[in-house]
Ligand binder design. Structure first.
Ligand code: NAD
Length: 293
């Protein structure tokens, strides 16, 4: 079996490397960035998304958002022009659930299977192969590709039909964004009150307020290290997809809307390419203080 991997950015690059390490035969492609380091490890280089699909039995995509997935899979020179009937496409990008269903329908008309399988865990877990993977699609197709996904993640769960993976990811992104905002607000308060933020972290991380988000982001905040990781502009994309999906369903999401405005303010302030832990910068500016060691 040959796996084609499209999208070799922050996440896709280490994921592709893990599949090579696991012994799979890989073909790789990215439209905008160089990927010589991956072909140097033994992967074949494709010249386009179509060329990659023609050489693959399973195509995995890891792209920024819905328009990129539509371009890579359905656009001119896209996967759909090269892929064999009976092959499978697994889109691991975080995109609008409605677009997952649209892409799945177009591929199904050509006899091609589709799963949406977005991930949580960020770059460190992409490198370690310990991502949390939430998949939507047919159970038989899921079981066929599960051994491959298990090389990328430590948890691989089928949550429902096509689109359910990205609905789950939207829920995940709401929890993460609101959690970072809550941690930021709380630590700015403690710091301005004169309490050492390192000691606040030590005191509360093991209690009910503790979280994976707190453990990952507070050390970055204390170091003033906002190198991504997960860029603010990508979280804006996810919350926009969450707001659109929620409003289509008649679900008000007031806290999500509030944090979206915080992210928009940070973008206006030139921080779109910073890690989302830079949400703390918004609260720091309001309170005229900086939470550092
Ligand atoms: P990225 O921007 O670093 O990488 C995306 C890659 O896709 C880029 O290298 C780009 O050149 C390529 N690309 C774009 N359009 C293309 C096309 N039409 N054909 C071929 N290649 C194309 O993004 P990332 O941080 O790796 O994130 C990828 C996805 O994973 C996003 O949906 C993101 O929300 C999600 N995600 C990211 C993280 C994280 O911490 N970075 C965590 C979980 C989920």
């Amino acid at each position: 079996m040959t796996i084609g991997f499209i999208g070799l950015g922050i996440m896709g690059r280490p994921m592709a490397k893990n599949l090579i390490k696991a012994g799979y035969s890989l073909v790789v492609y990215d439209k905008f960035v160089n990927f010589d380091d991956i072909t140097a490890l033994g992967a074949g280089a494709a010249s386009s998304n179509r060329d990659l699909a023609a050489k693959s039995d399973l195509v995995i995509t890891m792209l920024p958002n819905s328009p990129h997935v539509k371009d890579a899979v359905l656009g001119p020179g896209g996967v759909i022009e090269g892929i064999k009937s009976g092959a499978t496409v697994v889109d691991m990008s975080s995109i609008a659930p409605a677009v997952s269903r649209e892409v799945a329908a177009a591929l199904k008309a050509r006899g091609v299977n589709f799963l949406d399988a977005p991930v949580s865990g960020g770059e460190p877990k992409a490198i370690d192969g310990t991502l949390a993977i939430m998949a939507g699609g047919d159970e038989k197709v899921f079981n066929e590709v599960k051994p491959v996904l298990e090389k990328l993640g430590s948890s691989v769960v089928l949550v429902g039909d096509v689109g359910a993976g990205n609905i789950t990811k939207l829920a995940n992104q709401i929890v993460v964004a609101l959690n970072i905002a809550a941690v930021s607000e709380a630590f700015v308060l403690a710091h301005k009150a004169g309490v050492d933020p390192v000691k606040v972290f030590d005191a509360i991380k093991g209690g009910l307020a503790g979280s994976t988000v707190m453990n990952a982001k507070v050390p970055m905040i204390l170091d003033g290290n906002f190198k991504p990781g997960f860029r603010i502009e990508l979280h804006i994309k996810d919350l926009q997809n969450a707001l659109d999906t929620a409003h289509d369903l008649g679900v008000p999401v007031p806290l999500t809307a509030g944090v979206m405005e915080t992210l928009q303010a940070l973008k206006t302030d030139g921080m779109a390419a910073n890690d989302h832990s830079a949400i703390v910068r918004y609260y720091e500016k309001l309170a005229k203080t900086e939470v550092r060691k």
